[in-house]
Design a protein around this ligand. Structure first.
Ligand SMILES: [Cu+2]
Length: 352
């Protein structure tokens, strides 16, 4: 790769030097003027412009068709639909405007290419035209920005309405821990200064806080479908970012403060695995994995689709692998799983 880049740089430098010598030659008076573009050159450049236009739209549609499948699947959270809708509308408007302007730009370059003896028309200004091409973008952009602000405010409104499940997400180099409030759904106070690894108080919970005893600390995030979840996020060391792509959620974790995000999961892990696009994706990945397994390469076990929490801030050397599985399940399944978990009190008692 380095050799390839070096060759490219050398070729580009050679072309630059060659072009500069041409400029030098052109600047000399009374040499042959074969370098000045004639009608045929201008016409060919016009064709090239149209050819380029066809090329950029061909490659755009080809990429849509070919790589559409590697995009995120349907949103698994309630607000995710608004988010995707906003994104789609913005992209459609941008695409129409850019397709129109690029087509006109390239077509006119072809239609009005240089011809010997032809002079460009001097056209100073046109107030009406300028008004039109100013007011249309102003209205469109204002509408997009207002729509965006409205969606953003709705998504970022973290409140306690509708009995949300309270979950703490705790980030540290390089893993995630989740904490539930237990029976009372209230998280106990915690502080990094209270961390006591020898006694398994890994999150620094305040043992004197009556709300802390029934807290449940886990390494796999389970969420009941259809219930709002309010996340309270803490970081132990550096800035991390809790990224849950399938739920269209991301929030930074900052040492010394609690940040929040809230969403309602709408699709369970089991339902997601039955979606045709997911079945297709799993099939594709497992085909690659089977090929790797045949060669005896690592990471070749069959893969199963899961929701995932990733870190989206480069927080250190193992950042790339900072992840936690998220399982969305029915309320009964969730309650059953929760009942099997040890509370903070139980773990502390067993270490004493
Ligand atoms: Cu991180």
């Amino acid at each position: 790769m380095t050799a390839f880049l070096t060759i490219i740089v050398l070729v580009l430098v050679a072309i630059a030097i060659w072009q500069m010598t041409k400029i030098f030659e052109l600047s000399l008076i009374k040499v042959d003027n074969s370098q000045v573009a004639n009608d045929t050159d201008n016409k060919n450049n016009g064709y090239l412009m149209v050819g380029f236009l066809i090329f950029i739209y061909w490659i755009t549609f080809y990429c849509f068709w070919k790589y559409n499948k590697v995009l995120l699947p349907e949103s698994a959270s309630e607000h995710g639909y608004d988010y995707d809708q906003l994104m789609l509308i913005t992209f459609v408007i941008l695409f129409i405007v850019q397709a129109l302007t690029q087509t006109l730009l390239h077509y006119f370059s072809y239609k009005y290419h240089g011809r010997a003896g032809q002079k460009a028309l001097f056209y100073a200004d046109n107030d009406r035209l300028e008004f039109i091409w100013t007011i249309i973008p102003v209205i469109t952009l204002a509408a997009l920005i207002l729509y965006g602000l409205y969606t953003w405010t709705n998504i970022m409104d973290v409140n306690d309405e509708g009995d949300p499940l309270i979950v703490e997400l705790y980030g540290q180099q390089f893993n995630w821990t989740a904490r539930y409030g237990g029976n009372d759904n209230v998280l106990g106070e915690a502080n990094v200064r209270l961390i006591d690894i020898d006694r398994s108080n890994v999150l620094g919970l305040d043992e004197s806080d009556p709300n802390a005893g029934d807290d449940v600390i886990v390494k796999e995030l389970h969420l009941p479908v259809g219930r709002k979840v309010n996340f309270k996020m803490r970081s132990q060391d550096v800035i991390h970012s809790a990224f849950m792509p399938q739920f269209r959620a991301q929030m930074n974790l900052l040492p010394g403060m609690i940040t929040e995000f809230s969403f309602t999961p709408t699709i369970t892990t089991a339902e997601m695995r039955l979606k045709p696009e997911i079945i297709d994706k799993v099939k594709r990945i497992n085909k690659i994995r089977a090929e790797k397994a045949a060669k005896g390469e690592p990471n070749s076990d069959p893969w199963e689709y899961d929701f995932i929490l990733l870190c989206n801030k480069i927080c250190g050397k193992s950042h790339y692998n900072m992840q936690m599985k998220i399982i969305v399940e029915t309320e009964e399944e969730f309650n059953k799983w929760m009942a099997e978990q040890k509370t903070f009190q139980d773990t502390m008692a067993s270490t004493q």
